[in-house]
Write a protein that binds this ligand. Sequence first.
Ligand SMILES: Cc1ncc(COP(=O)(O)O)c(C=O)c1O
Length: 432
Amino acid sequence: MSSRASDRRPGDPARNPDWYERGLAHVWLPYAQMKTAAPPLPVVATEGSRIVLADGRVLIDGIASWWTACHGYNHPHIRAAVERQLATLPHVMFGGLAHEPALNLASRLAGLLPGDLDRVFFSESGSVAVEVALKMALQYWINRGIRTRRRFVAFTGGYHGDTAGAMAVSHAMHGELRAVLPGNDRVALPQDEASRAAFDRLLTQRGDEIAAIVVEPLVQGAGGMRFHPPDVLRHIRAAADRHGILLICDEIFTGFGRTGTLFACEQAGVVPDIMTLSKALTGGTLPLAATVARPNVFAAFWSDDPAHALMHGPTYMANALGCAAANASLDLFAQEPRLAQVRAISAALARGLAECRDLPSVTDVRVKGAIGAVELERIADLDALRRRFIAAGVFIRPFGSVVYLTPAFTIRDEELSCLMRAVCEVLSERAW
Ligand SMILES: Cc1ncc(COP(=O)(O)O)c(C=O)c1O
């Protein structure tokens, strides 16, 4: 019994708050083997790039809460916008009713997104945004009277979320569950001659069965922080066009500056037919997501036939607090030098992580935008490595064989230096 996550304490149990002691036995933690997982750290406050623990320790955050908190925690501009919204209209259903924060946000996104992506369907999590994108793509063909296009092509190493449809197009994370999900085609990203040939062959053989291709543009995040150059995306777009297939770009991780441009697709000059957004959409404050379609997709649903409607409507879609936070986050992108900050972080990461290259277990060090990744041959004891980072005063959460940094764009120079020093020093201590 003593090895259950709920029985083990991160520090001195006497210093853990009551709510922690009472509640831990009743929560089921994410991506965790509950029997052996290290217990979570009790957090009592966040500020900027700092996480304050119940026992008074302060950690510098290298992850920005799963890549969401791009402006740092508790940004006063977002907080004020959410507080104002809370006082007047925290939430109202989106069926039959509309409100200013959602409609403002939709029109602002349409103005910012590449090309003519201009019809926004709101939901409350990235996985649901992906479900909506898949559903849009399937029904696009049905509404057009084409009933053969029911499959998706997705890529090795890709990750699109944890709901059933999203799992069915993911490669990373879901293990055996993938096998019981509807059959789709998974191929290597067309990055070299052989993989391009395999990809092109698949489309030639099965092109008229494929509803859409789903890709994370430029970076496969949860699949291992793997980068690919913009011409891969251009190749995919061109192939999709040749075979009349829709292209879904999942910018849930890459959207809002993470790769150096507001959206990763911009670097390839590619406009997808459908794009998914979430994570940094609200600057890491509230759950909100969006699936955005181009007019060609929307047109297939515009009809006198009720059966042509998109039958989807999450209860909390377009939550007014979330939309207010997202509008405030977009203000910050307009008013503060976020992309310049990403460039500076990128240069610092390239310099600061370079020394890891010479460590015996390191196989690669790579940087794109505000993402720095150190790839190891393997990490045998992830928990021990995570604990070691915490002991070093930083919150860095390696997974698979990758230690990575995705800090807030507002992180201070000395905080970023501290994170990079921790990565280099901890990895040089021993083989993990
Ligand atoms: C590219 C991508 N798509 C989809 C998702 C799923 O988003 P959520 O966790 O909000 O459901 C993630 C989450 O990490 C992601 O990185």
